[in-house]
Design a protein around this ligand. Structure first.
Ligand code: NDP
Length: 439
């Protein structure tokens, strides 16, 4: 840990998992005897590469590219690509590690991987985005394939980027195959994939609340983020009778006590790619809190009173102080759309308070699960109706919740879904690794 401070997020993720595994590892030497812990924290392969592209002025630009192929015990590596200025090899390693257990929880045949670049898509023209994606795929194509490694989107990689990446893969290899998920609906995409992570996080909350004898109906909800996951979390919250009153981007937070205007949010973020501040032009009753006015020890969005919270932007966006405020304000449900959005101390507070707390690797697994459904449709050359995909998504989220809750109960901590998720995911991967021998 000391020799590699740049991997702090990876250590945070690994410590959480290893801490939860204590009762499994202390009870028997089985996993130790097979060297499972040493093997599972080490990626099978990490690829780092240079990406050269030209901007609209003809200037040569260079970025770093990454793909971590972490664990293939359960199936082809599966996990998104993140394009964001903050991306380092440590970020991708933490995300890849989380992905192993998340994918295992889905019960589907997918291994764990992740990739991305420190490329910043903000303010780039469509042409620049396309040239960057083409340059990225010019290296990545040799490491991926429909039965080896199937990337998807993540922060900064949506339908537009997946399209450019796919076009370049096809141009280089001459193959029309399911090598990426999140594709357009006319060229191999699955209905319901775009919505799946957000919808899944809400289904997970619904499952947790049912266990606590309540539901989302009539509940006031806080949502952070204004991207793919946040938008479809908000959409599903409305469908279930809840009222989401916030959203945020990297510049600030919108608070609209009348309920977030979903059509306007989609227009601003999916079409115009504009700042959330423009929300006020149509909704003067709302307020906008710029990042410069956030509390020093956290995020403005978590300082409001509500019943449920859905962190859907990025890692460590919900601090210890935020958790304290949320609990003080009577929050009783947190479902994480983002990956590791709560700091370790915040997680401890939620667990101590025994509220309904769904960690990202369980609550946001609906996205990757639906990606696997897209792979299944591609390999059978079918396109399933939306109802079929949504039914499967709902069943998968219920099953993940059940596995986490039952495993937590087995280890004597019935409300601790962090423990349940980590142990249930680990056992599935570790047992497959042992059965496949020392590799
Ligand atoms: P998008 O790029 O669509 O949206 C990300 C949103 O979060 C944007 O509103 C962005 O603001 C904001 N954001 C990103 N980074 C930061 C930051 N450092 N500080 C403040 N705000 C930030 O990404 P997604 O919605 O796809 O992903 C959101 C989260 O969900 C991530 O943690 C991702 O790993 C996770 N996730 C996504 C899945 C998917 O299917 N897409 C699946 C499972 C998990 P701005 O617009 O200003 O950049």
């Amino acid at each position: 840990k000391q020799s590699s401070p740049a991997q702090s997020e990876f250590y945070q993720a690994a410590e959480e998992v290893l801490e939860c595994l204590r009762p499994v590892l202390e009870g028997s030497s089985y996993y130790h005897d097979h060297g499972i812990i040493e093997r599972i924290v080490e990626p099978e392969r990490q690829i780092m590469f240079r990406i050269c592209w030209t901007d609209d002025e003809g200037k040569v630009r260079v970025n770093k590219g990454y793909r971590v192929q972490f664990n293939s015990a359960l199936g082809p590596y599966k996990g998104g690509l993140r394009f964001h200025a903050s991306v380092t090899s440590g970020t991708i390693k933490f995300l890849g590690f989380e992905q192993i257990f998340k994918n295992a929880l889905t019960g589907l045949p997918i291994g764990g991987g992740k990739g991305g670049s420190d490329f910043d898509p903000k303010g780039k023209s469509d042409g620049e985005i396309m040239r960057f994606c083409q340059a990225f795929m010019t290296e990545l194509y040799r490491h991926i394939g429909p039965t080896t490694d199937v990337p998807a989107g993540d922060i900064g990689v949506g339908a537009r980027e997946i399209g450019y990446l796919y076009g370049q893969y096809k141009r280089i290899t001459g193959r029309y195959e399911g090598v990426l998920t999140g594709k357009g609906l006319t060229w191999g995409g699955s209905l319901g994939r775009k919505e799946a992570t957000g919808y899944g996080a809400v289904y997970f909350a619904q499952n947790m609340l049912a266990e606590h004898g309540t539901s989302l109906e009539g509940k006031t909800c806080l949502v952070s983020g204004a991207g793919n996951v946040a938008i479809y979390t908000i959409e599903k919250l409305y469908e279930l009778g809840a009222k989401p009153i916030t959203c945020s981007d990297s510049r600030g937070t919108i608070v609209d006590h009348t309920g977030i205007d979903l059509a306007l949010l989609k227009e601003l973020k999916e079409v115009k790619r504009a700042s959330l501040e423009q929300y006020l032009e149509q909704h003067p009753q709302a307020s906008y809190i710029p990042v410069s006015e956030y509390p020093q020890d956290g995020h403005a969005v978590w300082r409001l009173k509500a019943d449920a919270a859905f962190p859907c932007a990025t890692q460590n966006e919900l601090t210890d102080a935020d958790a304290e405020t949320l609990l003080g304000n009577g929050i009783n449900c947190i479902s994480e759309g983002a990956n590791m959005p709560s700091t370790a101390n915040a997680v401890d507070r939620f667990l101590d308070a025994r509220i309904a707390y769904g960690p990202g690797k369980a609550a946001n697994a609906g996205g990757v699960a639906t990606s696997q459904l897209e792979m299944a449709q591609n390999s059978s050359m079918e396109q399933w109706p939306l109802e079929k995909v949504d039914e499967k998504l709902k069943a998968i989220m219920t099953n993940i919740h059940q596995q986490c809750a039952e495993t937590a109960k087995e280890f004597g901590k019935p409300t601790n879904l962090v423990l349940g998720a980590n142990i249930a995911g680990f056992r599935r991967v570790a047992d497959a690794m042992i059965e496949q021998g020392i590799t």
